[in-house]
Ligand binder design. Structure first.
Ligand code: MN
Length: 253
């Protein structure tokens, strides 16, 4: 049976564009993530950030995909917000932190993209740069591209011995870049598997994926997988395969 992959969603306030009438809040998931899961053979299940639901949800998913989006409240890593911090969404932060905690406890395979990598790092005890340009200064390359999401903007060097190198079958990549935050202190349970030329962490993974399947990438792999860069699909496939193994273990327990 195909594994169920929980895909995190955001809340968006919408207005009637003609009358500017407020229409209410909507649960929104970017189709690229959902399609990426389905293309890899998983059953995507979009997860609205509702309070008090993380435990029940975690009991029904075989894999967790943490998607991109707004900045994480720096309070989760013990910092006050700096002026350059972007918009934060308390409902989403709260739900995702609770859900990741559940996933880690149960051994659910977690794949984090952009904000998702950052949430994973913070949930495991790491910290973030709240804003790269102001905190890393002139040494940083452009990580917030103006071009479309399927277009690459900078290169990353992948650690030869890493699982991500094995999954993507490459030691170097060209990636898109839509972030102004990044990993500062790496969480104890993770290792860095790729960096940009300015040293910014672009991918992380658990030490041993067969024991604990945790992978995070700072680029938007979901937007590049159909744009002549099929290696990004491998990440979704590896995640779905890990979720299949988790589902089997869970059924046997
Ligand atoms: Mn980048």
């Amino acid at each position: 049976m195909a594994p169920v992959i929980g895909v995190t969603a955001t809340l968006k306030k919408d207005t009637d564009s003609v009358a500017e009438r407020p229409l209410g809040s909507f649960v929104r998931a970017d189709l690229d993530y959902v399609a990426g899961v389905a293309q890899a053979g998983g059953v995507p299940m979009v997860l609205p950030p509702l309070p008090g639901t993380a435990e029940e949800v975690a009991g029904r998913i075989d894999g967790l995909l943490l998607c991109g989006g707004s900045d994480l409240d720096p309070g989760y890593y013990g910092e006050e917000p700096i002026p350059e911090l972007g918009v934060t969404l308390p409902e989403r932060d709260h739900f995702e932190m609770a859900l990741v905690e559940q996933a880690l406890e149960r051994g659910i395979p977690v794949f984090g993209i952009c904000r998702g990598l950052q949430v994973l790092n913070v949930a495991l005890g790491g910290t973030l740069y709240q804003d790269l340009p102001s905190q890393l200064g002139g040494g940083s390359i452009a990580h917030r591209q103006q071009m479309p999401k399927w277009q690459w903007t900078h290169e990353v060097e992948v650690d030869d011995g890493s699982s991500i190198a094995e999954i993507m079958e490459t030691g170097g990549l060209r990636v898109n870049s839509y972030h102004h935050q990044a990993v500062k202190n790496l969480a104890g349970g993770l290792v860095v598997s790729a960096r940009a030329s300015d040293g910014v962490v672009e991918a992380v993974e658990a030490r041993n994926l067969s024991e604990r399947w945790l992978v995070g990438v700072q680029w938007h792999a979901e937007a590049m997988r159909d744009a002549g860069s099929p290696e990004h699909r491998n990440l979704f496939e590896a995640h779905v395969e890990a979720a299949e193994r988790y589902a089997l273990r869970r059924a046997a327990a």
